[in-house]
Design a binder for this molecule. Structure first.
Ligand SMILES: Cc1cc2nc3c(=O)[nH]c(=O)nc-3n(C[C@H](O)[C@H](O)[C@H](O)COP(=O)(O)OP(=O)(O)OC[C@H]3O[C@@H](n4cnc5c(N)ncnc54)[C@H](O)[C@@H]3O)c2cc1C
Length: 390
């Protein structure tokens, strides 16, 4: 049992000025009207080529991102490492479609693997399949459409070659790599790709990790199948477990197009399956590796309980806790302080390109999301504690 509200540990990486600044930022992004306005405002400003990079860089970007390049992130990597928290460099550029741009993204991800191989503080790499493939083709593949024209076949072959190059680089460097989970209209194809990569590169140990979104009602069945398949094909699957980030979009599309929603009926059902999957993975740790990507305190606590119950050492490399930079430091810092493996996604990329990521984080932290209250109240608690201690 560990406590997450030890704010002294949670904010040990922030001096008074940083804390005051974070307080202001969370107060601002707590206002839904302001976040909505910022979305429209920044899009317009970029179109009009107004010089807004500076202000974004000093505010929301500074909080949620490591920098514009891998080199830029080195300070953040060191800051986290000082508290035994690893970094997962996440090149957060989205929406590219030309072969040249997709190749550049592949090269950037391979560069993040090289950076990890040369550091003790970067335990994983990560990529999104939609970041290195043409999404219309991925959707066709998802829907089982095999009737592709010559150009499409070539593009698909190039996408598969990019994915293989990344996984091979991870294998050669001995750095495990996460394949993020995405919208359900791509995910069947992504699952097949992840399974093929795991079968190829996870023969000795988990190197390629697939991601399971437990807000989907079919994932427990999928996990059982994955165990059987991996035994039959003789490989060790890595699983990053998340609840899932695209719920509203999923429900809207299902309703609009008249197919049954892939999403669980309630939050309780999602939470139930998340914890059930965690139990399954811990009980099958001889075969699987798990990374719990969550900001949920109960799930984090439950994973600690499961590890104790199953006699798994705190620093067993097959079990990791992970959060996003700028969110839920009270979990990351307290869990790392207690001796468990913890890492944070540190997104990076050119400011304009990471705007969609930043706006998603801002939206997630508006007052309606609930999490916001928690972040702010912990900062308030720590500011009071520091005042009293002086
Ligand atoms: C390290 C890391 C990696 C990540 N990688 C991915 C990824 O690859 N793909 C991806 O999709 N997301 C990813 N995420 C985002 C993740 O899905 C969200 O952070 C997560 O959904 C927030 O949930 P939580 O576990 O923190 O807990 P909570 O805040 O307790 O749960 C919120 C989540 O519960 C679910 N939920 C809420 N209401 C309902 C409802 N009414 N019915 C059903 N379900 C509901 C939704 O998934 C919602 O996001 C990642 C997060 C982290 C920290």
């Amino acid at each position: 049992m560990i406590t997450f509200d030890n704010t002294e540990i949670a904010f040990a990486g922030k001096n008074d000025r940083d804390l005051q600044w974070t307080y202001r930022l969370f107060q601002l992004i707590g206002k839904p009207w302001l976040v909505k306005l910022s979305k429209v405002g920044t899009e317009l400003a970029f179109k009009l080529k107004l010089p807004i990079n500076g202000i974004i860089k000093k505010t929301i970007f500074k909080h949620f991102c490591g920098g514009e390049s891998i080199d830029d992130c080195s300070r953040k990597i060191e800051e986290l490492a000082a508290f035994n928290i690893g970094t997962i460099l996440d090149y957060s550029v989205e929406g590219k479609s030309t072969a040249g741009d997709l190749d550049r993204t592949r090269d950037e991800i391979i560069a993040s693997i090289t950076a990890a191989a040369n550091s003790d503080s970067i335990p994983f790499a990560v990529f999104k399949v939609t970041g290195i493939s043409k999404t219309d083709l991925l959707q066709k593949s998802n829907d089982g459409i095999v009737d592709l024209n010559a150009q499409e076949k070539e593009d698909m072959g190039m996408a598969m070659a990019r994915i293989d190059a990344i996984c091979e680089a991870a294998y050669e460097a001995g750095i495990p790599v996460f394949i993020d989970a995405e919208d359900s209209w791509f995910q069947k194809a992504i699952d097949r790709i992840a399974e093929a990569m795991m079968a190829k590169y996870n023969r000795e140990k988990p190197i390629v990790y697939t991601t399971l979104q437990m807000y989907r009602h079919d994932r427990i069945a999928y996990l059982n199948q994955l165990k059987e398949d991996s035994i039959a094909a003789n490989y060790y699957p890595g699983v990053k477990l998340v609840r899932g980030a695209y719920m509203e979009k999923e429900r809207e599309k299902a309703e609009k197009e008249g197919y049954p929603s892939p999403i669980q009926p309630t939050k309780i059902a999602t939470d139930h399956d998340y914890n059930l999957a965690m139990k399954f993975l811990v009980e099958n740790i001889d075969r699987f590796a798990i990374c719990a990507g969550t900001h949920n305190e109960d799930s984090s606590q439950y994973l600690i309980e499961l590890m104790e119950k199953n006699n798994i050492a705190k620093d067993n490399p097959r079990v990791y806790f992970a959060q996003l930079l700028g969110m839920s430091d009270h979990i990351s810092y307290n869990v790392a302080y207690a001796g468990y493996n913890v890492a944070k996604y540190v997104p990076y990329g050119p400011i304009k390109e990471v705007m969609p990521y930043l706006l998603r984080r801002a939206q997630e932290n508006t007052s309606v999301a609930g999490q916001m209250g928690r972040e702010l109240s912990l900062i308030v608690k720590e500011r009071k504690r520091r005042k009293l201690a002086k």
